[in-house]
Design a protein around this ligand. Structure first.
Ligand SMILES: Nc1ncnc2c1ncn2[C@@H]1O[C@H](COP(=O)(O)OP(=O)(O)OP(=O)(O)O)[C@@H](O)[C@H]1O
Ligand SMILES: [Mg+2]
Length: 487
């Protein structure tokens, strides 16, 4: 670490002794000399001294006394006593009070002395590195804490009820969000139900980040297809050796989330064997790690999500009623996307921006036709399905271009014709004669093929095995034409 010559200060009242030391050491060290302790102090104040080599017997004070003072004012300096007499008491007080690195006896041997001084220099360097690292650690801990705090704040903002949960002005999601925001600040358990992909996990996060626990952990435990013994270990923790492969103690999710919120995701699939253990832990507010004898207190708010109707699960004996009441302090039902079509264009744009950021590929947005196709589709997989659809469109589309309906998957394109807002599934065309129903399906196939070929009739007729004239006839009959809907 020290690049130039290390600085050494020699303090000795005997001038001859000083000169001899200086002569021997000046090749390797930048030598400063002082005949008394006052001069020595001045040099220490003016120079960056690494090592001080001090005679023990001086007229004003002893070397150990002086180095004790040096230790207080310049604790970094490595202190060495040089002495003709090695009194045991001097050595002991030297070690204890002055923190002496070494005692050199007179007469000294030049090579041995240089070796001792080199060791002292490397000691000094190590000491400095240690101090710098300690400062770095202190700084990095502070920086890490600040980073975590900043991120939590950002997260909190992104789960704001106003814009974190995207929805239209008269969407049924408004009532849902009102309930969520009302229950958020109370330490109530909330059961969030809804079809797959409707935003149950998002609702749970929004509750947490709008609650008083927002700056504490939020954790999710999946309950589906997890064996009961694994769930127990994951949630309650385990002791070293208590479960196969446990090489050290593990604090479970409940303990790690102390003060925060835990979402039991798809709680309807919680194994019956574990339901009673969970009930006991939540009721008693304490857990016992697998293999532990002592119970430990927990402080968590529990949220649960379910894609099945949990009341039916209770009625049919698959879910404990007492656990149900404990989890469902309040129940919030998320409506499927097909019941809130007004949200679709807004969600499409929101998910598009997310996809652009995640995939680092840009596009100019959607064509009106693409939006109107999305609005008509039934989205059985709800928002998650839409998210996947949009990511795929962005990947397949031309960079910086508009994303057209032709990029949508056939199932979306095959959805209802433009004039039938509520026609949701192609084979769900449930009324009319056989001829009428077959024709309805034929119209959907034609429309899907035309959109995919960007209304290029030659390509569509080739694909469908029709002549151009034949295709035109059908288009007229079904009144199919390219419409620039402004959804
Ligand atoms: N209203 C909304 N506004 C913005 N993003 C949404 C909305 N609803 C859902 N999402 C997003 O859609 C995705 C799926 O939602 P989420 O995971 O919360 O649904 P889920 O009901 O828990 O689904 P699953 O049943 O698949 O677990 C997430 O990325 C979520 O952020
Ligand atoms: Mg989920």
């Amino acid at each position: 670490m020290t690049t130039s010559k290390p600085t050494i200060l020699i303090v000795d009242d005997e001038v001859r002794s000083l000169e001899a030391l200086e002569r021997n050491l000046s090749d390797e060290f930048d030598v400063q000399v002082a005949e008394n302790t006052a001069d020595a102090e001045q040099i220490l104040a003016d120079h960056w001294v690494q090592i001080i080599l001090c005679d023990q017997r001086m007229p004003d004070k002893s070397g150990v006394e002086f180095l004790t003072e040096v230790r207080e004012k310049w604790p970094d300096v490595i202190r060495i006593i040089i002495s003709g007499y090695t009194d045991a008491n001097d050595i002991i007080s030297g070690l204890n009070e002055a923190g002496i690195f070494h005692f050199v006896t007179k007469p000294w041997h030049p090579e041995k002395l240089i070796l001792t001084l080199r060791n002292a220099v490397s000691m000094f360097d190590l000491q400095r590195q240690n101090e710098l690292l300690a400062i770095e650690l202190r700084l990095s801990e502070r920086a890490a804490k600040k980073k975590v705090g900043d991120r939590r704040q950002k997260l909190r903002e992104s789960y704001d009820f106003e814009d974190g949960i995207v929805r239209g002005k008269s969407s049924p999601m408004n009532a849902v969000c009102n309930t969520l925001s009302q229950v958020a600040t109370y330490d109530l358990s909330v059961l969030i139900t809804g079809e797959r992909g409707t935003g149950k996990a998002l609702a749970a996060r929004a509750i947490h980040y709008n609650s008083l626990r927002w700056n504490k952990p939020f954790a999710v435990q999946k309950c589906k297809s997890v064996p009961p013994e694994v769930l127990e270990g994951e949630l309650f923790g385990y002791n070293k050796g208590a479960v196969p492969g446990a090489v050290q103690n593990y604090s479970g999710l409940f303990e790690c989330s102390y003060g925060g919120t835990v979402l039991l995701d798809e709680v309807c699939d919680l194994p019956p064997e574990f339901q009673v253990k969970l009930l006991r832990a939540l009721e008693d507010r304490e857990i016992r790690a697998v293999g532990a004898t002592q119970a430990r207190g927990i402080d968590i708010r529990v949220l649960a999500s379910s894609y099945k109707d949990l009341k039916t699960e209770v009625a049919e004996g698959r879910f404990r009623e007492d656990l149900y009441f404990l989890l469902a302090g309040v129940t919030v039902q998320l409506p499927p996307l097909r019941d809130r079509r007004e949200d679709i264009p807004l969600l499409a744009n929101f998910l598009f921006k997310q996809a652009v950021a995640n995939l680092r590929k840009d596009a100019a947005g959607f064509t009106p036709e693409a939006i109107s196709c999305m609005k008509r589709y039934c989205w059985p997989g709800n928002v998650r399905e839409m998210q996947n659809e949009i990511e795929r469109m962005l990947v397949m589309g031309v960079e910086n271009d508009l994303l057209g309906a032709e990029l949508l998957s056939p199932k979306v394109l095959m959805s209802a014709s433009p004039d039938e807002e509520d026609d949701v599934a192609i084979l769900g065309v449930g009324q009319g004669t056989l001829k009428e129903r077959v024709e309805a399906i034929e119209a959907k196939i034609l429309r899907e093929s035309l959109i995919r070929h960007r209304w290029n009739k030659s390509k569509a007729s080739r694909e469908l095995g029709l002549s151009r004239v034949g295709l035109r006839g059908k288009l007229e009959r079904y009144q199919l034409e390219k419409k620039e809907d402004h959804a």
